[in-house]
Design a protein around this ligand. Structure first.
Ligand SMILES: [Zn+2]
Length: 281
């Protein structure tokens, strides 16, 4: 819709109010000091769909947690396979399940902000963003520098707030469509694998619903990509390997099976070729 972002610049998470929100950590997790976990300056304030590289590197990302059952099942699979991934956490879920959020961080995975309540039309995008950062600082001792907009939407003020605060806005170029009611273990695995490319980012979910199919698909995805010679990296590691790629927005939605209309709404992308011959352009 081209609406102007209402966000103001967010320089950093506000100081924690000790009276109402005591820090849950006595000391910061070791992982927070690891340089490889920080987004390189070239990616700050940018929208990222993938990176441009010939190296067989691939980033698994998990959204909408932390959730006690599925997040832990995903963590177990990643641990067994010695893989580090990136988790985009919903602030109110972190508040509800801080222990699970800490388990994700303590296992060495990278954590990003995925808004407080996962709105498509946030009334106060700055608060949605900052409240989550504040909760992550309280629970994990560290402000993230990655943001994933709910539903991949870039024009509702949330992504703009994240960009202005210096976060990299991370989208994806490989989806399992694990949110679909029609998704099966096989469809999730085959979609991710079909779309996997060197430097790619896969979107999967460990929260937001029944994710047992995602959990069951994950070992297949991992073993198939490993068999093809891929190694798995976190988003900051991926961004340190090669420059970020930002796809034209329409192309991004097309890859997701959707078409973004000028009014900001979506329709299903046409999957069959048009019956009439397209004009030569
Ligand atoms: Zn989400």
């Amino acid at each position: 819709m081209g609406q102007e972002p209402t966000a103001t610049v967010v320089a950093a998470a506000p100081p924690v109010k000790a009276k109402t929100s005591p820090p849950l950590l006595k000391k910061k997790p070791k992982a927070s000091t690891r340089n490889s976990e920080k987004v390189p300056s070239s990616a700050k304030g940018r929208v990222v769909h993938a990176v441009k590289t010939g190296q067989k590197v691939f980033a698994l990302t998990f959204d909408d947690g932390p959730q006690p059952r599925y997040t832990r099942e995903v963590l177990d699979i990643l641990k067994r396979n010695h893989i580090h991934a990136t988790f985009f956490l919903i602030g109110k879920m972190v508040k509800e399940f801080p222990k699970v959020a800490r388990e994700v961080a303590d296992a060495g995975h990278v954590i990003g902000n995925h808004s407080w309540s996962h709105p498509s039309k946030p009334k106060d995008p700055v608060a949605e963003f900052r409240k989550t950062d504040t909760e992550l600082v309280r629970v994990l001792g560290r402000r993230p520098d990655l943001f994933r907009p709910p539903y991949g939407l870039l024009h509702n003020g949330l992504a703009q707030t994240a960009e202005k605060s210096g976060d990299a806005v991370i989208l994806w170029n490989s989806v399992g469509a694990d949110w679909s009611k029609k998704a099966t273990v096989g469809s999730i695995a085959s979609q991710v694998l079909n779309l996997a490319r060197p430097g790619g980012i896969a979107l999967l979910h460990d929260g937001g619903g029944n994710r047992s199919n995602t959990v069951a698909a994950l070992p297949r995805i991992i073993s198939s990509l490993r068999g093809q010679g891929y190694r798995f990296v976190t988003i900051p590691q991926l961004l340190r390997i090669s420059p970020a790629v930002t796809l034209p927005e329409q192309e991004f939605w097309k890859k997701n099976g959707l078409k973004l209309k000028p009014n900001g709404k979506f329709e299903k992308a046409q999957t069959k070729p048009p019956t009439t011959k397209p004009a030569q352009l």
